[in-house]
Design a protein around this ligand. Structure first.
Ligand code: SAM
Length: 231
């Protein structure tokens, strides 16, 4: 893991001081993964590449420093925890509907001394009731198809903010299918950027959506409806 991070971090313009906290977090993740389901990725080098460096690839985009960020469906903390480690000036909210995962994140963030992180157990569509349009940025990876994800994430973002959806590269159809949802929810697709995860030839994608207008009050709907009738 260390060698992969030593090689991968400079490629992202990040310093070696991140190695220790990233390794500590990975160790806690793999240890806890023995007793609860946090990740299917169990080889430390794969954790470094597919969880840590993949999450950290977002630091290449402008818009994290000093911002409020919500990671919707963070699971075991990706991309939110590596981003909070790499960008201490960002205030990161880790949101997940599974209480045990949020307990793991609370414990990990305490151990890491990450005081720029808030861990919230809740559903995105309900969280919008209390924190509607209060975040500069929403990020999300591996949670739902883009039309559904937009309804979970865009209501949380301020006008003028953005939503970054981390996706695989075979998502042309998914992106086309999300155009109505993006528009109805007050967004505009600004860029679709493909990136190579450092130290690998794996190419992933981030869909950057700008929030250009307030989301109409009737969204988000109940999850059953969002899923049954995506916009
Ligand atoms: N983002 C992480 C990653 O890339 O490793 C976790 C992905 S995991 C496949 C999806 C996570 O989204 C699960 O932990 C699940 O509990 C959470 N989730 C699904 N729907 C959600 C919702 N409506 N609100 C909050 N969390 C949700």
């Amino acid at each position: 893991m260390r060698a992969t991070l030593e090689q991968g971090l400079p490629a992202l313009g990040l310093g070696p001081e991140l190695i220790e906290p990233l390794e500590t977090f990975s160790r806690m993740l793999l240890e806890k993964n023995q007793v609860m389901n946090l990740t299917a990725i169990t080889d430390p080098r794969d954790v470094a590449v597919l969880h840590l460096l993949d999450s950290l690839a977002l630091t290449g985009l402008a818009g994290l420093e000093g911002r409020t960020v919500v990671d919707v469906g963070t699971g075991a903390g990706f991309p939110g925890v590596p981003l909070a480690i790499a960008r201490p000036s960002a205030r990161v909210t880790l949101l997940d509907s599974l209480g045990k995962r949020v307990d793991f994140l609370r414990e990990s963030c305490r151990t890491l001394g990450l005081d720029n992180v808030e861990c919230v157990h809740g559903r995105a569509e309900e969280f919008a009731g209390e924190r509607r349009e209060t975040f500069d940025l929403a990020v999300s990876r591996a949670v739902a198809a883009l039309p559904v994800l937009c309804e979970l994430c865009l209501p949380l973002v301020k006008v003028g903010g953005a939503f970054w959806a981390m996706k695989s590269v075979d998502t042309e159809e998914e992106i086309s299918a999300s155009k109505t949802a993006v528009k109805v929810l007050g967004g505009r697709i600004q860029a679709v950027s493909d990136y190579t995860i450092p130290t690998t030839e794996v190419v992933h994608r981030v869909v950057c959506i700008q929030k250009t207008a307030p989301t109409p009050k009737k969204y988000p709907r109940r999850f059953a409806l969002i899923k049954k009738q995506p916009l």
